[in-house]
Design a protein around this ligand. Structure first.
Ligand code: HXC
Length: 291
């Protein structure tokens, strides 16, 4: 509990241990208090930022407040020099069942357009540190889009992915038509987006949407392990690697290769590149300083 801020202690209520612990778990050292998510640092070295969506009654429907909190937690982890990777997860039943339909039900076009509705969701895809989605249960609509904004997706055996917006008379609005197409190709994306059909974890693995499938109770721990592995590397070089891979979705092959080469050259400006290669030659483990 060392990572929790002092304010947590002052908020502990005398009315029983469970709520008190819950209050504490909702606080991260930034001092922010969260209503819809649980935030902590995980891993042996506490170097993996962990965000758990926590609106169980609504199957983690992504209301505005929840996504604002996710953005705040990401900002805190991005600024935390000890954190080298971030894991986002939900519950066993639902990663997230989509944007909050009840919240959207009466919105007008004018409100959506003028307020740039959902623009702040993009924060998930602009974080420099690697983000892993650990998905159990439903990842539908905005939930599937949230997972796809992450860099790596691990799925539990009972996970289901879908873009069912068409059944609500709308279409994906946070990258579903774009990221899903890039991940699984046109035919399967069209089928999912036009019919609302879901795919299960195995289909998601076969089609390239997720990289690993685990038993339900192991997805989060495996995602944390992956996060720890990433966090053991140089944070600055990991950010460059992430930037280079993401460029593959934006640039032509020639431009992408040019950017990769420039970033590769840039690693030679870091102490960590020197340390990594020196450690290899000296037959010892590298000790990266993120410089
Ligand atoms: C608000 C939701 C919700 C959602 C579930 N709930 N999904 N509330 N927004 N997206 C609420 C239900 O209203 C219900 O609360 C409770 O969660 C449990 O849901 P049930 O339907 O009773 O559970 P179940 O029968 O097990 O069915 C699970 C489900 C179904 C298949 C996931 O809930 C469902 O189809 N949900 C909607 C999925 C969806 O269409 N997602 C896309 C949303 S649009 P109450 O209190 O009413 O009992 C979207 C647009 C993205 O994401 C645009 C860009 C981000």
């Amino acid at each position: 509990m060392a990572f929790l801020c002092r304010r947590a202690a002052s908020l502990l209520k005398p009315s029983g241990a469970a709520p008190a612990l819950l209050s504490a778990a909702r606080l991260y050292s930034s001092g922010a208090q969260y209503e819809y998510i649980l935030v902590e640092k995980r891993g042996e070295k506490k170097d993996v930022g962990f965000i758990q969506l926590n609106r169980p009654k609504a199957l983690n429907a992504l209301c505005d407040g929840l996504m604002k909190e996710v953005g705040e937690a990401l900002n805190a982890f991005e600024a935390d020099g000890d954190v080298g990777a971030i894991v986002i997860t939900g519950s066993d039943r639902a990663f997230a069942a989509g944007a909050d339909i009840k919240e959207m039900q009466n919105r007008t076009f004018q409100e959506c357009y003028s307020g740039n509705f959902l623009a702040h969701w993009d924060r998930v895809s602009t974080v420099k540190k690697p983000v892993i989605a650990a998905v159990n249960g439903f990842a539908l609509g905005g939930g599937c889009e949230l997972a796809m904004m992450c860099d790596i997706i691990y799925a539990g055996e009972k996970a289901q992915f879908g873009q069912p917006e068409i059944l609500l008379g709308t279409i994906p609005g946070s990258g579903g038509t774009q990221r899903l197409t890039r991940a699984v190709g046109k035919s399967l994306t069209m089928e999912m987006v036009l019919t609302g059909n879901r795919i299960d974890a195995q289909e998601a693995k076969q089609s390239g949407l997720v990289s690993k499938v685990y038993p339900v109770d192991q997805v989060v721990s495996e995602a944390i392990k992956c996060g720890e592995k990433i966090a053991a590397n140089s944070k600055i070089v990991s950010a460059m690697a992430k930037e280079a891979v993401n460029a593959a979705f934006e640039l032509s092959l020639t431009e992408g290769n040019r950017l990769e080469k420039r970033l590769f050259h840039s690693t030679f400006a870091t102490d960590d590149r020197k340390e990594g290669m020196t450690a290899f030659v000296e037959k010892r483990k590298a000790s990266f300083q993120d410089k």
